[in-house]
Design a binder for this molecule. Sequence first.
Ligand SMILES: [Zn+2]
Length: 255
Amino acid sequence: MSNKIRKSIPQKNKVRAELQKEISSTCPFCENEDVGHFEIHHIDENPSNNTIENLLLLCPTCHSKITKGDIITNQVKEVKNKLKYRTDKIRFISVNVDSENCSWLPIEGVSNAFEAVKMKSLFPIFNFSFINQTSKTVLLTNIITRVKRLPIGLAGPDIPLPNILRPLIKYKIKLPDDAERTNTILKEEIEVPQGRAFKFQVELYHDSMDRFKPPFNKYVLFFEFCFNNDFNISIPKILLNTKEDYDKLTYYGLA
Ligand SMILES: [Zn+2]
């Protein structure tokens, strides 16, 4: 099938400016800074898929390395993902489950994916880690939660673990119903000094274990953390019980 149609990128200058900002005007593969000569690469090799998620600005040398297969698609996707979660404000580091106190374990080889294994507490307890890279102290004020019952995959960035700022703060948040959005305003805001990493726990619960139904139901969790400086950070999707579905991710347009 060689009938691919190349549509020109709508609002190309605007898109290019956005892509340039994303890579901080430096080739994400080789540190080349001659950004005026950079080219736009279609990550899925489909030249008519011009969504920003499918585009990456890079130097012509690295672009031809991709074309020749010297840089493989998975490497390109990984680079794009890392750029997506990079920020000079507050940076997401990692999410883990507190396996000591709940029945969930990480699924090996898949970022941010967990499965229910033993009948302890089926309400998952997550440890979230961030780093404050702004020039001042910030307050974590709200946590927005959404849930979907679908297998979805996403790779996370690999960054060193943070120090714990003070004894772990734990929040209990009710698991929203499918497609519903919950905004939890924190009674005790977390104060995070400049340059410090911080960590806190969220335990999800549901009134009706009957409706939550782990380990049978599969969930995708979306978290967004809101800070007092009008900065919101969305973290990579969290997968629950989707182990046998990773090969279907392409089908869902998510791989
Ligand atoms: Zn390059």
